[in-house]
Design a binder for this molecule. Structure first.
Ligand SMILES: Nc1ncnc2c1ncn2[C@@H]1O[C@H](COP(=O)(O)OP(=O)(O)OP(=O)(O)O)[C@@H](O)[C@H]1O
Ligand SMILES: [Mg+2]
Length: 359
């Protein structure tokens, strides 16, 4: 197409314009790579194929490691059954090996901790590090998941290999439901492979030569693949409900320890916080401290945290575990069968002192 009037005005034709246009870039030439005799070798000599010899997950701590944390069982209120179970499986066998031999009992195994949010599962896993006299390895999800096909399973395998190579060792999985999902609910094959790998690694953790204790925690026990509950895997499941009165007394004492608290009788506060999780109790103390601090700033006088203040904050707060119990009720009803997980939760719900009205 051309416009003679416009060409006259510009003083040049469309043909002239084409002649002065820059030459188009040459087509890229398909260059041949220099021939290499050992293509196959290069492919298989991938430096990332095997982890370096001293590869360690981020949170692997030997006994005495200063970064291991100072939280111990003394910082966790209640959960006496769980504390004793962990001691039985890893602490006592190291203290009394001959006794364990005489009774034919082995070190390690699998414990599943489950219950509503904020009741101290993660705190308990951290306390295990401060408590047990052996190696400790906490698995971070970011260390496991990998977009490359097969790498996620291999990472999980490496974690277990590290634990086995450093036995006796406690291996801890927080939020277990993200790794041990029910395979019937999984669509992607990669995730299913991971669950299969996990089941495979759990097999034989009870054998004589492994001596590893695997502790998994979850607030969604119904989302786990039932195969994890088979004897020899997570065969011991311990329910961590909201703290009962003696446990609340311990937790209140722990939280009151480092704060300017007026002398008070705990009984009334223990009663007023029935159904509260440990996290709810912490919130009550934090909020009361905030209010007392604000009063101290405005009056210029030290203001202690009083029982009245704590009770007022507690009464205005409703337990955060309520929605969890409502959801759990539905799951427990759907789940038929003898699984002790659901039996324990049903038992807790049916106990008169734990009814919703009183919580
Ligand atoms: N039994 C307890 N003793 C002392 N403090 C507790 C206890 N339970 C909970 N807490 C307090 O509540 C906080 C939250 O608890 P934690 O993170 O352990 O809950 P969780 O059970 O892991 O919850 P989630 O299921 O949401 O992961 C703790 O850091 C601690 O301050
Ligand atoms: Mg947690």
């Amino acid at each position: 197409m051309s416009d003679p009037a416009l060409e006259r005005e510009l003083g040049r034709t469309a043909r002239d314009a084409r002649k002065t246009a820059p030459a188009p870039a040459p087509e890229p030439v398909n260059q041949e790579l220099p021939p290499s005799g050992n293509d196959q070798d290069e492919f298989f000599d991938d430096p990332f194929d095997e982890p370096p010899y001293d590869w360690r997950p981020e949170t692997f701590y030997a006994p005495g490691d200063p970064e291991r944390g100072r939280v111990t069982f003394a910082d966790v209120g209640g959960m006496e059954e769980l504390k004793e179970e962990i001691r039985l499986k890893i602490t006592y066998p190291l203290q009394f090996p001959d006794l364990y031999k005489a009774y034919g009992r082995k070190t390690g195994g699998g414990i599943l901790i489950y219950g509503p949010p904020g009741c101290g599962k993660t705190l308990m896993l951290r306390a295990v590090a401060g408590e047990v006299p052996c190696n400790y390895l906490a698995v971070g999800l970011h260390e496991i998941f990998d977009p490359y096909f097969g790498s996620t399973e291999r990472n999980l395998h490496q974690i277990f290999e590290t634990a086995r190579a450093n036995a006796p060792c406690v291996l801890v999985f927080d939020d277990l439901d993200s790794l041990a999902q029910d395979r019937r609910q999984i669509r992607e094959s990669q995730m299913r492979n991971l669950v299969n790998q996990f089941l495979h690694e759990m097999d034989g953790i009870r054998s004589e030569n492994q001596r590893i204790l695997v502790i998994g925690a979850t607030n969604q026990p119904w989302a786990l693949d039932p195969a994890f509950r088979r004897p020899g895997r997570f065969d011991q499941a311990i329910f961590v409900p909201p703290p009962d009165a003696p446990a609340r007394a311990q937790i209140i004492e722990l939280f009151a320890k480092d704060k300017p608290i007026a002398d008070f009788d705990n009984a009334e506060l223990i009663e007023a916080t029935n159904g509260f999780s440990g996290a709810d109790l912490k919130w009550v103390f934090d909020r009361a401290a905030e209010l007392a601090l604000s009063a101290a700033i405005h009056t210029g006088q030290p203001v202690p945290i009083t029982l009245e203040l704590l009770l007022a904050v507690a009464k205005a707060h409703s337990p955060s575990t309520q929605t969890w119990f409502e959801g759990m009720h539905t799951h427990a009803q759907q789940q038929e069968g003898p699984d002790s997980i659901f039996n324990d939760m049903r038992k807790f719900l049916n106990a008169p002192s734990n009814t919703k009205k009183e919580r």
